[in-house]
Ligand binder design. Structure first.
Ligand SMILES: *Cc1c(COP(=O)(O)O)cnc(C)c1O
Length: 350
């Protein structure tokens, strides 16, 4: 076989189902149920009018400049853009973790991190969350070959968070960078976007996929001290973001009023979803993201997932060794939420 042994040995990351046809109520991959800010259409139209024969700005400077203002960063040199935040995670892993090195992640969390380590021929180590969703001290311990630590905050699939104080303590104790993955932070009560100013080891990644309703566009970014960003830039593809996505992403983050209103709606529906699930006897982890994790004490999760799918409601069934299985349900519109809860009522009360 032609491929590197690391590639042959790995299973490959499997993203959530993306049915391209059929009328599903789609609550399985934490997309935003609402259309994105209206300004992006004009931004894309203007881009098309200018034409696409030229390469895009390799650094996405229009976006970086606007984002630096919004996040009160000293300059655009604190930001690097990526083709979705998965691209950012890939770039960071490639830049920091070599063959035989060690990558650390909490457990349970985003499965992709392991695949990124495997592609590098690196080792990975999972540190289990405590029962109260805090992290043990071992998460911050130096270890042989440790080169990068990932921390999704809010975490997926739980929607729980680690405090800013703890994140600063972890970064202080670690011998390597700590990448705080803030894919869901716009639905949370606090963020760490300013913490790279306090510790050069802290990198913060963000995406427009979840909170801006732009998962189909592919745009993410990372914030870090300029000398850290400078090294990451060497690893990215020259033109990792296209002209259309740079223009649309710049227009999107400009509309902070849209973001605030969207956040308000999603959080309100999230609280209704959590309350509705609890009323049906589900155990629901309090979530700061746009999804909730739930289990039922007497009804197994997988048949519930399957029955919902047959009724054209798609949620995510997940089974984590040591942690158990359960359902991760994305927050939809109020109508989608009502449809979900009434079907669930018929399933668990049957
Ligand atoms: C969705 C998600 C991402 C990736 O988002 P992109 O669409 O690639 O920007 C990154 N991290 C976590 C934890 C996610 O859930």
């Amino acid at each position: 076989m032609y491929f590197r042994p690391e590639i042959l040995a790995m299973a490959g990351y499997v993203p959530g189902e993306q049915p391209q046809a059929g009328k599903f109520i789609k609550l399985n991959t934490n997309e935003n149920p609402y259309p994105p800010p209206s300004g992006i259409k004009q931004a894309i139209d203007e881009c098309l009018t200018r034409g696409l024969q030229r390469y895009p700005d390799p650094m996405a400077n229009a976006f970086r400049t606007r984002a630096a203002e919004i996040f009160d960063l000293p300059s655009k040199d604190w930001i690097m853009a990526g083709n979705g935040s998965d691209d950012i995670l890939t770039i960071c892993t490639r830049a920091l973790v070599g063959a035989g090195d060690l990558l650390r992640l909490p457990y349970p969390s985003y499965i992709l991190y392991r695949s990124l380590a495997e592609i590098q021929g690196a080792r990975w180590e999972e540190i289990d969350f405590h029962a109260d969703w805090t992290l043990p001290e071992t998460f911050a311990k130096p270890a042989d070959g440790l080169k990068l630590v990932f921390l999704p905050n809010p975490n997926s699939p739980t929607g729980t968070m680690i405090s800013r104080e703890t994140i600063l303590e972890i970064a202080d104790a670690l011998p390597c960078p700590l990448l705080v993955d803030e894919a869901y932070v716009d639905f949370a009560s606090f963020s760490c976007i300013d913490l790279p100013k306090q510790n050069e080891k802290i990198l913060v990644s963000r995406t427009l996929s979840k909170s801006f309703g732009l998962a189909g566009l592919r745009f993410g970014y990372v914030v870090g001290q300029p000398h850290m960003i400078e090294q990451l830039i060497k690893v990215k593809d020259s033109y990792n973001c296209d002209s259309l996505s740079i223009a649309a992403a710049t227009a999107a983050i400009h509309d902070q009023a849209w973001l605030a209103e969207n956040r308000r709606k999603v959080i309100a529906t999230r609280e209704k979803l959590a309350a509705g699930l609890a009323q049906l006897g589900f155990e629901v982890i309090p979530s700061e993201a746009n999804f909730v994790w739930c289990t039922h004490p007497s009804k197994p999760a997988k048949p519930i997932y399957e029955a919902l799918k047959n009724a054209k409601i798609l949620i995510r069934y997940m089974n984590y060794p040591r942690f158990g299985d359960g359902l991760r349900i994305s927050v939809g519109t109020d109508d989608q939420n009502d449809a979900l809860l009434s079907l669930l009522a018929s399933l668990v009360q049957a």
